[in-house]
Design a binder for this molecule. Structure first.
Ligand SMILES: NC(=O)c1ccc[n+]([C@@H]2O[C@H](COP(=O)([O-])OP(=O)(O)OC[C@H]3O[C@@H](n4cnc5c(N)ncnc54)[C@H](O)[C@@H]3O)[C@@H](O)[C@H]2O)c1
Ligand SMILES: O=c1ccn([C@@H]2O[C@H](COP(=O)(O)OP(=O)(O)O[C@H]3O[C@H](CO)[C@@H](O)[C@H](O)[C@H]3O)[C@@H](O)[C@H]2O)c(=O)[nH]1
Length: 445
Protein backbone atom coordinates (compact mmCIF):
# COMPACT_ATOMS: atom_id res chain seq x y z
CA UNK A 1 0.00 0.00 0.00
CA UNK A 2 1.06 3.61 -0.53
CA UNK A 3 0.90 5.33 2.82
CA UNK A 4 1.56 8.86 4.11
CA UNK A 5 2.17 9.52 7.80
CA UNK A 6 1.66 13.11 8.95
CA UNK A 7 3.76 14.04 12.00
CA UNK A 8 7.09 12.41 12.81
CA UNK A 9 7.02 12.57 16.62
CA UNK A 10 7.22 9.35 18.65
CA UNK A 11 4.04 7.91 17.24
CA UNK A 12 4.34 9.05 13.61
CA UNK A 13 7.94 8.03 13.24
CA UNK A 14 7.53 4.61 14.86
CA UNK A 15 4.32 4.01 12.87
CA UNK A 16 5.93 5.02 9.57
CA UNK A 17 9.09 3.00 10.10
CA UNK A 18 7.18 -0.11 11.25
CA UNK A 19 4.67 0.09 8.36
CA UNK A 20 7.67 0.20 5.99
CA UNK A 21 9.20 -2.77 7.80
CA UNK A 22 6.09 -4.90 7.12
CA UNK A 23 6.27 -4.07 3.43
CA UNK A 24 4.33 -0.86 2.79
CA UNK A 25 5.67 2.12 0.89
CA UNK A 26 5.66 5.04 3.32
CA UNK A 27 6.26 8.79 3.10
CA UNK A 28 6.52 10.59 6.43
CA UNK A 29 5.64 14.25 6.45
CA UNK A 30 6.43 16.89 9.06
CA UNK A 31 6.49 20.68 9.15
CA UNK A 32 9.70 20.56 11.22
CA UNK A 33 12.52 20.94 8.67
CA UNK A 34 15.24 20.08 11.16
CA UNK A 35 13.61 16.71 11.98
CA UNK A 36 13.08 15.86 8.32
CA UNK A 37 16.71 16.83 7.56
CA UNK A 38 17.96 14.43 10.25
CA UNK A 39 15.60 11.64 9.17
CA UNK A 40 16.65 11.89 5.53
CA UNK A 41 20.19 11.15 6.75
CA UNK A 42 18.99 8.07 8.67
CA UNK A 43 19.25 9.83 12.05
CA UNK A 44 16.39 9.55 14.53
CA UNK A 45 15.53 12.78 16.38
CA UNK A 46 14.35 10.66 19.34
CA UNK A 47 16.12 8.11 21.52
CA UNK A 48 14.23 4.85 21.01
CA UNK A 49 15.79 1.40 21.03
CA UNK A 50 15.89 -0.29 17.62
CA UNK A 51 14.35 2.64 15.77
CA UNK A 52 17.42 3.93 13.99
CA UNK A 53 18.32 0.45 12.68
CA UNK A 54 14.87 0.02 11.13
CA UNK A 55 14.99 3.58 9.83
CA UNK A 56 18.29 3.06 7.99
CA UNK A 57 17.24 -0.37 6.71
CA UNK A 58 13.98 0.87 5.20
CA UNK A 59 15.53 4.05 3.76
CA UNK A 60 18.04 1.83 1.96
CA UNK A 61 15.28 -0.51 0.76
CA UNK A 62 13.56 2.53 -0.77
CA UNK A 63 10.34 1.87 1.17
CA UNK A 64 10.59 4.98 3.30
CA UNK A 65 11.10 8.67 2.63
CA UNK A 66 10.63 11.96 4.44
CA UNK A 67 9.41 15.34 3.30
CA UNK A 68 8.08 18.69 4.49
CA UNK A 69 6.08 19.12 1.27
CA UNK A 70 2.39 18.15 1.39
CA UNK A 71 2.15 17.87 -2.44
CA UNK A 72 5.00 15.38 -2.48
CA UNK A 73 3.88 13.65 0.72
CA UNK A 74 0.28 13.01 -0.31
CA UNK A 75 0.80 12.30 -4.03
CA UNK A 76 -0.78 8.94 -4.90
CA UNK A 77 -1.30 7.93 -1.25
CA UNK A 78 -4.36 5.73 -0.58
CA UNK A 79 -3.90 5.85 3.18
CA UNK A 80 -3.00 8.90 5.27
CA UNK A 81 -2.12 8.45 8.95
CA UNK A 82 -2.55 11.47 11.22
CA UNK A 83 -0.02 11.40 14.07
CA UNK A 84 0.42 15.03 15.08
CA UNK A 85 0.44 16.13 18.73
CA UNK A 86 -2.71 16.77 20.79
CA UNK A 87 -1.27 18.62 23.79
CA UNK A 88 -3.20 20.09 26.69
CA UNK A 89 -4.93 23.46 26.67
CA UNK A 90 -5.07 25.69 29.75
CA UNK A 91 -8.40 24.15 30.87
CA UNK A 92 -7.09 20.59 30.52
CA UNK A 93 -8.96 19.72 27.32
CA UNK A 94 -7.12 18.41 24.25
CA UNK A 95 -5.71 21.07 21.93
CA UNK A 96 -6.81 20.09 18.43
CA UNK A 97 -4.97 22.92 16.63
CA UNK A 98 -2.38 20.60 15.06
CA UNK A 99 -5.02 18.06 14.00
CA UNK A 100 -7.09 20.81 12.39
CA UNK A 101 -4.08 22.33 10.61
CA UNK A 102 -3.06 18.90 9.26
CA UNK A 103 -6.68 18.27 8.19
CA UNK A 104 -6.77 21.58 6.29
CA UNK A 105 -3.47 20.74 4.61
CA UNK A 106 -4.88 17.35 3.53
CA UNK A 107 -7.99 19.04 2.10
CA UNK A 108 -5.86 21.48 0.12
CA UNK A 109 -3.43 18.92 -1.31
CA UNK A 110 -5.39 15.68 -1.82
CA UNK A 111 -5.95 14.68 -5.45
CA UNK A 112 -7.19 11.10 -5.02
CA UNK A 113 -9.61 9.17 -2.81
CA UNK A 114 -8.03 8.28 0.53
CA UNK A 115 -8.64 6.69 3.91
CA UNK A 116 -7.56 8.94 6.79
CA UNK A 117 -6.39 7.02 9.85
CA UNK A 118 -6.13 8.91 13.13
CA UNK A 119 -3.32 7.67 15.38
CA UNK A 120 -3.31 10.79 17.55
CA UNK A 121 -5.22 10.57 20.82
CA UNK A 122 -8.33 12.68 20.24
CA UNK A 123 -11.54 13.29 22.24
CA UNK A 124 -14.60 11.30 21.31
CA UNK A 125 -16.29 12.82 18.27
CA UNK A 126 -13.12 14.38 16.83
CA UNK A 127 -12.75 11.92 13.95
CA UNK A 128 -16.28 12.65 12.82
CA UNK A 129 -15.78 16.43 12.98
CA UNK A 130 -12.38 16.28 11.26
CA UNK A 131 -13.90 14.25 8.43
CA UNK A 132 -16.63 16.85 7.99
CA UNK A 133 -14.12 19.69 8.10
CA UNK A 134 -11.85 18.09 5.48
CA UNK A 135 -14.82 17.28 3.25
CA UNK A 136 -16.01 20.87 3.41
CA UNK A 137 -12.59 22.19 2.37
CA UNK A 138 -11.48 19.62 -0.24
CA UNK A 139 -9.89 21.33 -3.26
CA UNK A 140 -10.66 18.35 -5.57
CA UNK A 141 -13.84 16.23 -5.87
CA UNK A 142 -12.39 13.19 -4.09
CA UNK A 143 -13.86 10.85 -1.48
CA UNK A 144 -12.43 10.40 2.01
CA UNK A 145 -13.18 7.79 4.65
CA UNK A 146 -12.02 7.92 8.26
CA UNK A 147 -10.73 5.35 10.76
CA UNK A 148 -9.64 5.77 14.37
CA UNK A 149 -6.56 3.65 15.09
CA UNK A 150 -5.34 4.75 18.54
CA UNK A 151 -1.75 4.01 19.49
CA UNK A 152 -0.74 2.07 22.61
CA UNK A 153 3.07 2.08 22.34
CA UNK A 154 5.17 3.01 25.37
CA UNK A 155 8.17 5.24 24.98
CA UNK A 156 11.38 3.33 25.49
CA UNK A 157 9.89 0.12 24.07
CA UNK A 158 8.00 1.66 21.15
CA UNK A 159 9.31 -0.59 18.36
CA UNK A 160 8.92 -3.73 20.46
CA UNK A 161 5.38 -2.71 21.42
CA UNK A 162 4.41 -2.17 17.77
CA UNK A 163 5.33 -5.75 16.86
CA UNK A 164 4.35 -7.38 20.18
CA UNK A 165 1.47 -5.26 21.50
CA UNK A 166 -1.62 -6.79 23.10
CA UNK A 167 -4.04 -5.56 20.43
CA UNK A 168 -4.62 -3.22 17.53
CA UNK A 169 -7.81 -1.15 17.78
CA UNK A 170 -9.48 0.06 14.61
CA UNK A 171 -12.77 1.90 14.71
CA UNK A 172 -14.87 3.17 11.85
CA UNK A 173 -18.46 3.54 10.80
CA UNK A 174 -17.38 2.59 7.27
CA UNK A 175 -17.06 -1.21 6.76
CA UNK A 176 -14.85 -0.88 3.65
CA UNK A 177 -12.38 1.35 5.49
CA UNK A 178 -12.33 -1.07 8.44
CA UNK A 179 -11.58 -3.99 6.12
CA UNK A 180 -8.73 -2.06 4.51
CA UNK A 181 -7.15 -1.22 7.85
CA UNK A 182 -7.44 -4.84 8.91
CA UNK A 183 -5.55 -5.85 5.78
CA UNK A 184 -2.82 -3.25 6.35
CA UNK A 185 -2.28 -4.40 9.92
CA UNK A 186 -2.50 -8.16 9.31
CA UNK A 187 1.31 -8.65 8.98
CA UNK A 188 1.77 -7.49 12.60
CA UNK A 189 -0.02 -10.72 13.57
CA UNK A 190 -1.70 -9.16 16.62
CA UNK A 191 -5.32 -9.46 17.79
CA UNK A 192 -7.40 -6.80 16.05
CA UNK A 193 -10.36 -5.15 17.80
CA UNK A 194 -12.83 -3.78 15.25
CA UNK A 195 -15.32 -1.30 16.57
CA UNK A 196 -17.16 1.93 15.82
CA UNK A 197 -15.41 5.29 15.55
CA UNK A 198 -16.44 6.69 18.93
CA UNK A 199 -15.69 3.53 20.89
CA UNK A 200 -12.18 3.37 19.41
CA UNK A 201 -11.52 6.96 20.50
CA UNK A 202 -12.83 6.13 23.97
CA UNK A 203 -10.81 2.88 24.31
CA UNK A 204 -7.59 4.90 24.15
CA UNK A 205 -8.54 7.35 26.91
CA UNK A 206 -10.11 4.67 29.10
CA UNK A 207 -6.97 2.49 28.82
CA UNK A 208 -4.60 5.29 29.82
CA UNK A 209 -6.88 6.43 32.64
CA UNK A 210 -7.12 2.88 34.00
CA UNK A 211 -3.33 2.43 33.97
CA UNK A 212 -2.88 5.81 35.69
CA UNK A 213 -5.48 4.75 38.28
CA UNK A 214 -3.61 1.50 38.93
CA UNK A 215 -0.42 3.45 39.65
CA UNK A 216 -2.19 5.92 41.95
CA UNK A 217 -3.94 3.04 43.72
CA UNK A 218 -0.66 1.35 44.63
CA UNK A 219 0.87 4.71 45.57
CA UNK A 220 -2.01 5.34 47.96
CA UNK A 221 -1.44 1.88 49.45
CA UNK A 222 2.27 2.77 49.74
CA UNK A 223 1.41 5.68 52.05
CA UNK A 224 -0.56 3.40 54.33
CA UNK A 225 2.18 0.75 54.18
CA UNK A 226 4.67 3.37 55.41
CA UNK A 227 2.39 4.12 58.38
CA UNK A 228 1.56 0.53 59.32
CA UNK A 229 5.02 -0.90 58.68
CA UNK A 230 4.15 -3.06 55.67
CA UNK A 231 6.20 -3.36 52.47
CA UNK A 232 4.26 -2.13 49.40
CA UNK A 233 6.34 -4.23 47.00
CA UNK A 234 5.32 -7.39 48.85
CA UNK A 235 1.72 -6.16 48.86
CA UNK A 236 1.81 -5.50 45.09
CA UNK A 237 3.29 -8.93 44.44
CA UNK A 238 0.61 -10.64 46.49
CA UNK A 239 -2.17 -8.61 44.90
CA UNK A 240 -0.82 -8.99 41.38
CA UNK A 241 -0.87 -12.79 41.54
CA UNK A 242 -4.65 -12.58 41.45
CA UNK A 243 -5.24 -12.79 37.70
CA UNK A 244 -8.24 -10.48 38.04
CA UNK A 245 -5.83 -7.78 39.26
CA UNK A 246 -2.61 -8.58 37.37
CA UNK A 247 0.89 -7.61 38.49
CA UNK A 248 1.69 -4.92 35.91
CA UNK A 249 1.54 -1.19 36.69
CA UNK A 250 1.64 -1.81 40.42
CA UNK A 251 5.11 -0.33 40.91
CA UNK A 252 4.90 2.28 43.66
CA UNK A 253 7.11 5.32 43.25
CA UNK A 254 7.36 9.03 42.71
CA UNK A 255 4.33 8.93 40.41
CA UNK A 256 3.62 8.82 36.71
CA UNK A 257 4.78 11.46 34.24
CA UNK A 258 5.29 11.59 30.49
CA UNK A 259 3.44 13.03 27.54
CA UNK A 260 0.35 10.83 27.92
CA UNK A 261 -1.06 9.92 31.35
CA UNK A 262 -1.13 13.49 32.76
CA UNK A 263 -2.64 15.08 29.64
CA UNK A 264 -5.00 12.22 28.77
CA UNK A 265 -6.52 12.02 32.27
CA UNK A 266 -7.02 15.79 32.07
CA UNK A 267 -8.63 15.51 28.63
CA UNK A 268 -10.97 12.77 29.88
CA UNK A 269 -11.99 14.92 32.85
CA UNK A 270 -12.56 17.83 30.45
CA UNK A 271 -14.71 15.56 28.26
CA UNK A 272 -16.77 14.60 31.33
CA UNK A 273 -17.09 18.27 32.27
CA UNK A 274 -18.53 19.09 28.87
CA UNK A 275 -21.35 16.62 29.64
CA UNK A 276 -21.69 17.88 33.25
CA UNK A 277 -20.18 14.67 34.61
CA UNK A 278 -17.33 15.48 37.03
CA UNK A 279 -15.31 12.16 36.88
CA UNK A 280 -14.48 12.13 40.63
CA UNK A 281 -12.36 8.97 40.49
CA UNK A 282 -9.97 10.49 37.94
CA UNK A 283 -9.66 13.67 39.99
CA UNK A 284 -8.42 11.52 42.89
CA UNK A 285 -6.02 9.63 40.62
CA UNK A 286 -4.41 12.95 39.69
CA UNK A 287 -4.38 14.21 43.27
CA UNK A 288 -2.56 11.11 44.54
CA UNK A 289 -0.07 11.40 41.69
CA UNK A 290 0.71 15.05 42.47
CA UNK A 291 1.23 14.19 46.13
CA UNK A 292 3.84 11.53 45.33
CA UNK A 293 6.38 14.18 44.28
CA UNK A 294 5.66 16.17 47.45
CA UNK A 295 6.00 13.04 49.58
CA UNK A 296 9.53 12.38 48.35
CA UNK A 297 10.53 15.99 49.09
CA UNK A 298 8.94 15.80 52.55
CA UNK A 299 10.85 12.59 53.31
CA UNK A 300 14.11 14.36 52.47
CA UNK A 301 13.22 17.44 54.52
CA UNK A 302 12.09 15.37 57.50
CA UNK A 303 15.42 13.54 57.52
CA UNK A 304 17.79 16.42 56.72
CA UNK A 305 15.96 19.37 58.25
CA UNK A 306 17.03 22.72 56.83
CA UNK A 307 18.29 22.15 53.27
CA UNK A 308 20.30 25.42 53.09
CA UNK A 309 23.88 24.52 52.26
CA UNK A 310 23.03 20.86 51.48
CA UNK A 311 24.04 19.31 48.15
CA UNK A 312 21.59 16.77 46.72
CA UNK A 313 22.20 14.49 43.73
CA UNK A 314 19.05 13.76 41.68
CA UNK A 315 19.47 10.55 39.73
CA UNK A 316 17.53 10.23 36.49
CA UNK A 317 15.84 13.21 34.84
CA UNK A 318 13.50 11.59 32.29
CA UNK A 319 9.94 10.53 33.16
CA UNK A 320 10.96 6.87 32.78
CA UNK A 321 14.08 4.97 31.68
CA UNK A 322 15.14 4.31 28.07
CA UNK A 323 13.79 7.56 26.69
CA UNK A 324 15.18 11.10 26.48
CA UNK A 325 11.71 12.59 26.99
CA UNK A 326 11.40 15.11 29.82
CA UNK A 327 7.68 15.86 29.36
CA UNK A 328 5.96 15.98 32.79
CA UNK A 329 8.93 14.30 34.43
CA UNK A 330 8.66 14.12 38.25
CA UNK A 331 12.30 15.31 38.36
CA UNK A 332 11.20 18.83 37.43
CA UNK A 333 8.86 19.38 40.37
CA UNK A 334 11.12 17.60 42.88
CA UNK A 335 14.04 19.81 41.77
CA UNK A 336 11.95 23.00 41.98
CA UNK A 337 10.82 22.18 45.52
CA UNK A 338 14.24 21.16 46.80
CA UNK A 339 15.76 24.26 45.28
CA UNK A 340 13.10 26.48 46.84
CA UNK A 341 14.01 24.90 50.19
CA UNK A 342 17.62 26.02 49.71
CA UNK A 343 19.37 22.87 48.44
CA UNK A 344 22.16 22.92 45.86
CA UNK A 345 21.27 20.39 43.17
CA UNK A 346 23.13 18.13 40.81
CA UNK A 347 21.26 16.12 38.20
CA UNK A 348 22.35 12.92 36.48
CA UNK A 349 20.85 11.39 33.37
CA UNK A 350 22.56 9.00 30.93
CA UNK A 351 20.85 10.37 27.79
CA UNK A 352 18.79 13.50 28.47
CA UNK A 353 21.24 16.14 29.72
CA UNK A 354 20.56 18.43 26.75
CA UNK A 355 16.78 18.12 26.98
CA UNK A 356 16.88 18.43 30.79
CA UNK A 357 18.72 21.73 30.46
CA UNK A 358 15.65 23.21 28.74
CA UNK A 359 13.19 22.35 31.54
CA UNK A 360 15.07 21.89 34.82
CA UNK A 361 15.76 24.88 37.09
CA UNK A 362 18.77 26.69 35.56
CA UNK A 363 21.00 26.24 38.60
CA UNK A 364 20.89 22.42 38.59
CA UNK A 365 24.32 21.16 37.57
CA UNK A 366 23.63 18.42 34.99
CA UNK A 367 25.94 15.56 34.09
CA UNK A 368 25.84 12.20 32.33
CA UNK A 369 28.41 10.83 34.80
CA UNK A 370 26.70 9.07 37.71
CA UNK A 371 29.71 8.98 40.02
CA UNK A 372 30.41 12.67 39.43
CA UNK A 373 26.83 13.54 40.45
CA UNK A 374 26.95 11.47 43.64
CA UNK A 375 30.51 12.28 44.76
CA UNK A 376 30.51 14.31 47.98
CA UNK A 377 26.73 15.00 47.97
CA UNK A 378 24.82 15.02 51.29
CA UNK A 379 22.34 12.54 49.86
CA UNK A 380 21.26 11.01 46.55
CA UNK A 381 17.66 10.75 45.34
CA UNK A 382 16.61 8.23 42.69
CA UNK A 383 13.93 9.71 40.41
CA UNK A 384 14.22 7.44 37.36
CA UNK A 385 14.99 3.72 37.49
CA UNK A 386 17.68 3.78 34.82
CA UNK A 387 19.74 0.56 34.61
CA UNK A 388 22.90 2.57 35.32
CA UNK A 389 21.38 3.79 38.61
CA UNK A 390 20.23 0.29 39.62
CA UNK A 391 23.53 -1.34 38.66
CA UNK A 392 25.78 0.82 40.84
CA UNK A 393 26.30 -1.21 44.04
CA UNK A 394 24.96 0.44 47.19
CA UNK A 395 28.42 0.14 48.78
CA UNK A 396 29.68 2.44 46.02
CA UNK A 397 26.90 4.95 46.66
CA UNK A 398 27.82 4.85 50.35
CA UNK A 399 31.50 5.41 49.56
CA UNK A 400 30.89 8.30 47.17
CA UNK A 401 28.38 10.26 49.28
CA UNK A 402 29.51 12.68 52.01
CA UNK A 403 27.23 10.71 54.33
CA UNK A 404 25.69 7.38 53.27
CA UNK A 405 22.09 8.45 52.69
CA UNK A 406 19.93 7.38 49.74
CA UNK A 407 16.28 8.20 48.96
CA UNK A 408 14.83 5.89 46.33
CA UNK A 409 11.74 7.17 44.52
CA UNK A 410 11.48 3.96 42.45
CA UNK A 411 12.17 1.18 44.97
CA UNK A 412 15.15 -0.05 42.92
CA UNK A 413 16.92 -2.00 45.65
CA UNK A 414 16.09 -5.02 47.76
CA UNK A 415 15.85 -4.09 51.45
CA UNK A 416 18.12 -6.89 52.65
CA UNK A 417 20.79 -5.85 50.12
CA UNK A 418 20.42 -2.27 51.36
CA UNK A 419 20.76 -3.38 54.97
CA UNK A 420 23.91 -5.36 54.23
CA UNK A 421 25.49 -2.39 52.41
CA UNK A 422 25.24 -0.18 55.51
CA UNK A 423 23.68 2.72 53.58
CA UNK A 424 20.74 4.55 55.15
CA UNK A 425 18.01 3.78 52.67
CA UNK A 426 14.57 5.40 52.40
CA UNK A 427 12.16 4.15 49.74
CA UNK A 428 8.45 4.40 48.90
CA UNK A 429 6.04 2.50 51.16
CA UNK A 430 8.74 0.27 52.66
CA UNK A 431 10.50 0.33 56.04
CA UNK A 432 13.54 2.62 56.38
CA UNK A 433 16.78 0.62 56.43
CA UNK A 434 19.83 1.42 58.58
CA UNK A 435 18.12 4.45 60.09
CA UNK A 436 20.42 6.01 62.73
CA UNK A 437 19.43 5.06 66.25
CA UNK A 438 17.08 2.21 65.27
CA UNK A 439 17.64 -1.51 65.19
CA UNK A 440 16.59 -2.88 61.83
CA UNK A 441 14.23 -5.84 61.78
CA UNK A 442 13.95 -6.83 58.17
CA UNK A 443 13.35 -10.50 58.82
CA UNK A 444 9.62 -9.98 58.37
CA UNK A 445 10.01 -7.89 55.18
N1 LIG B 1 4.33 9.67 22.77
C1 LIG B 1 3.70 8.54 22.99
O1 LIG B 1 4.22 7.64 23.61
C2 LIG B 1 2.29 8.34 22.49
C3 LIG B 1 1.73 7.05 22.55
C4 LIG B 1 0.41 6.87 22.10
C5 LIG B 1 -0.31 7.92 21.59
N2 LIG B 1 0.26 9.17 21.55
C6 LIG B 1 -0.52 10.25 20.94
O2 LIG B 1 -0.05 10.41 19.60
C7 LIG B 1 -0.05 11.79 19.21
C8 LIG B 1 1.35 12.22 18.82
O3 LIG B 1 2.17 12.13 19.96
P1 LIG B 1 3.77 12.31 19.85
O4 LIG B 1 4.31 12.10 21.21
O5 LIG B 1 4.26 11.49 18.71
O6 LIG B 1 3.82 13.88 19.46
P2 LIG B 1 5.08 14.80 19.21
O7 LIG B 1 4.71 16.11 19.77
O8 LIG B 1 6.32 14.12 19.64
O9 LIG B 1 5.15 14.91 17.62
C9 LIG B 1 4.16 15.51 16.82
C10 LIG B 1 4.79 15.87 15.47
O10 LIG B 1 3.78 16.41 14.61
C11 LIG B 1 4.37 17.47 13.83
N3 LIG B 1 3.32 18.34 13.31
C12 LIG B 1 2.57 19.23 13.99
N4 LIG B 1 1.70 19.83 13.15
C13 LIG B 1 1.90 19.30 11.90
C14 LIG B 1 1.31 19.50 10.62
N5 LIG B 1 0.31 20.35 10.44
N6 LIG B 1 1.78 18.77 9.59
C15 LIG B 1 2.79 17.89 9.75
N7 LIG B 1 3.39 17.66 10.94
C16 LIG B 1 2.95 18.36 12.00
C17 LIG B 1 5.31 18.15 14.82
O11 LIG B 1 6.29 18.92 14.15
C18 LIG B 1 5.89 16.93 15.56
O12 LIG B 1 7.06 16.44 14.93
C19 LIG B 1 -0.65 12.53 20.41
O13 LIG B 1 -2.02 12.63 20.21
C20 LIG B 1 -0.36 11.61 21.58
O14 LIG B 1 -1.28 11.77 22.64
C21 LIG B 1 1.53 9.39 21.96
O1 LIG C 1 3.86 0.50 37.73
C1 LIG C 1 4.17 1.58 37.21
C2 LIG C 1 4.23 1.79 35.81
C3 LIG C 1 4.56 3.05 35.32
N1 LIG C 1 4.85 4.07 36.18
C4 LIG C 1 5.15 5.41 35.63
O2 LIG C 1 4.12 5.77 34.72
C5 LIG C 1 4.62 6.61 33.69
C6 LIG C 1 4.22 6.08 32.32
O3 LIG C 1 4.88 4.87 32.07
P1 LIG C 1 4.58 3.99 30.77
O4 LIG C 1 3.14 3.72 30.70
O5 LIG C 1 5.48 2.84 30.79
O6 LIG C 1 5.07 4.99 29.62
P2 LIG C 1 4.37 5.82 28.45
O7 LIG C 1 5.35 5.83 27.33
O8 LIG C 1 3.89 7.12 29.00
O9 LIG C 1 3.13 4.94 27.94
C7 LIG C 1 1.77 5.18 28.34
O10 LIG C 1 1.20 6.22 27.57
C8 LIG C 1 1.22 5.98 26.14
C9 LIG C 1 0.69 7.23 25.47
O11 LIG C 1 -0.70 7.27 25.42
C10 LIG C 1 0.40 4.73 25.83
O12 LIG C 1 0.42 4.50 24.43
C11 LIG C 1 0.97 3.54 26.60
O13 LIG C 1 0.15 2.41 26.36
C12 LIG C 1 0.99 3.89 28.10
O14 LIG C 1 1.58 2.83 28.84
C13 LIG C 1 6.13 6.67 33.90
O15 LIG C 1 6.45 7.88 34.57
C14 LIG C 1 6.43 5.48 34.80
O16 LIG C 1 7.55 5.68 35.62
C15 LIG C 1 4.80 3.88 37.56
O17 LIG C 1 5.04 4.81 38.35
N2 LIG C 1 4.46 2.63 38.04
Amino acid sequence: MNIAVIGTGYVGLVTGVCLAEIGHSVTCLDIDEEKIGLLNHGKSPIFEEGLEDLLEKNLQRGRLDFTTDYWEGLAGKEIIYLAVGTPETADGSADLTFIEAAGRAIAAHLKQNAVIVTKSTVPVGTNQSIKRMIESELAEPVQIRIVSNPEFLRQGTAVHDTFHGDRIVIGSDDPAALALLEEINRPFQLPIVKTDLRSAEMIKYASNAFLAAKISFINEMAHLCAHVGANVDNVAEGMGMDSRIGGKFLQAGVGYGGSCFPKDTNALIAMGRSYDYPMPLLGSVQHVNDKQRDWLVEMIQTRLGNLEGKTIALLGMTFKPNTDDMRESPAIRVAEQLQAAGATLRGYDPVAVLRARQVMPATVMLTDNLQEAVQGADCAVIITDWKQVKDLPLEEYAGLLASPLLFDGRNCFNLKVAEASGIEYHSIGRPIVNSPGTVSSLASH
